[in-house]
Design a protein around this ligand. Structure first.
Ligand code: PLP
Length: 382
């Protein structure tokens, strides 16, 4: 291992942006710290109103919101689910846990999102769902995906871990599928350490979602006075976060304008200061289609080769800057191969996975940090 200097610019750094401490202290003082307390209600209502979603349920993670997808869609052993190979393991695990067979689709080289033109060929009589992942908070081509799914009577459920407050054709990401999942992990624009949300766009699924999230009981109905005792009515688990975490999250969401403005400035700084260097070195920067409003979740470079990518990471690290790569192709992982994945199945994914490097991106980055990063990148000649 080479000797590296201490990190000066971290890839990620969670920060308090508003009343996090005050709200958490209030939750504790009120002795109301289990799930579904007042802060959970306020955070969910804020999201429902801002996004125009009929029902938002906070969850312990995006992973758990995705697991709720599979339960709510009644995924059975042998069912097939189409999803990108270029995504986080949770997108696929959620369905594999129910016995489904994942069918990996390749991505578009321009947005790194599910390639809608390749989906139809992957559909079979067993296909139950398509899972678009809005990579870097840039919308997938939802019009084409929804139209195909409607014709084939397949559910669309969105993994919107990166895309809170991003829009596709003027409509918020997470409001297209019957269900959508958000992440509030510390690497996301808004966080409570570990957390997530299930967005329910089909009101017919709300009651069962509440039951699944509450250990398979009708406890939510009991607290609303709709039944006089609660009991086990379905399968379920415990997917509700503590109200202390919801208090932290609410404080973050209240500052959404400030946070998103800062992140927009970070993204635009990188774009403005790296454009010429990128052009001169055959490096690709993120592409945002004109009909997409991104969520400013990340800024990545696509370097010509794996060697160049690894070289740039080491070069930045020598200068105290942390940069990171991203997903390894799921179809080529140990588990992916057990489902029949082999090299060449998703060529764009296989290439991009070697080429992609993410630059530091968080809510505490200063202009001095950003200057340091772009100078270091531009120094790297190859
Ligand atoms: C696309 C995607 N989906 C799901 C997740 C899982 O999120 P969580 O850590 O909240 O479970 C991640 C994590 O970063 C992700 O990138």
């Amino acid at each position: 291992m080479p000797e590296y200097p201490p990190i000066q610019v971290a890839y990620n750094q969670p920060v308090m942006v508003g009343k996090e401490s005050e709200y958490m202290a209030q939750a504790i003082a009120a002795a109301r710290i289990s799930g579904d307390g007042p802060f959970t209600r306020r955070a969910s209502e804020l999201l429902e109103q801002q996004l125009g979603v009929p029902k938002v349920l906070l969850t312990t993670s995006c992973t758990h919101a995705l697991e709720m997808f599979a339960l709510l869609l009644d995924i059975q052993p042998g069912d097939e689910v189409i999803l990108p190979s270029f995504t986080f393991v949770s997108t696929v695990n959620a369905f594999v846990l129910r016995g489904a067979r994942p069918v990996f689709a390749d991505i578009r080289p321009d947005t790194l999102n599910l390639d809608e033109a390749r989906l139809e060929a992957l559909i079979s009589p067993r296909t139950k769902a398509i899972v678009p992942v809005h990579y870097a908070g840039v919308g997938c081509e939802m019009e084409a995906i929804l139209e195909l799914a409607r014709r084939q009577q397949i559910a669309v459920v969105e993994d919107n871990a990166h895309g809170l407050f991003g829009k596709y054709k003027g409509k918020y990401l997470g409001t297209f599928g019957v269900l959508a999942a958000q992440s509030f992990h510390e690497t996301k624009n808004f966080t409570c350490g570990e957390g997530g949300a299930l967005l329910i766009n089909d009101p017919a699924l709300v009651e069962r979602a509440e039951i699944i999230r509450e250990k398979g009981t009708n406890r939510s109905r009991f607290f609303r006075g709709q039944v006089d005792k609660y009991s086990w009515v379905d399968m379920g688990s415990s997917y509700l976060p503590s109200d202390i975490l919801a208090a932290f999250l609410l404080a973050q969401l209240e500052q959404r304008e400030k946070v998103q403005n800062h992140r927009k400035k970070v993204w635009e700084f990188y774009q403005a200061h790296l454009q010429d260097w990128a052009r001169g070195h055959a490096v690709k920067l993120p592409n945002i289609p004109p009909h997409c409003e991104q969520s400013y979740h990340m800024f990545y470079l696509l370097l010509p080769t794996l060697e160049v990518r690894q070289g740039l990471m080491a070069h930045l690290r020598q200068r105290g800057i942390n940069s990171v790569f991203h997903y390894l192709p799921l179809h080529l992982s140990e588990m992916g191969r057990r489902f029949g994945g082999k090299p060449g199945d998703c060529p764009v994914t296989e290439r991009v996975s070697d080429q992609l490097l993410r630059l530091p991106f968080h809510n505490a980055l200063t202009e001095e940090d950003l200057r340091k990063v772009v100078e270091a990148v531009r120094e790297y000649d190859f």
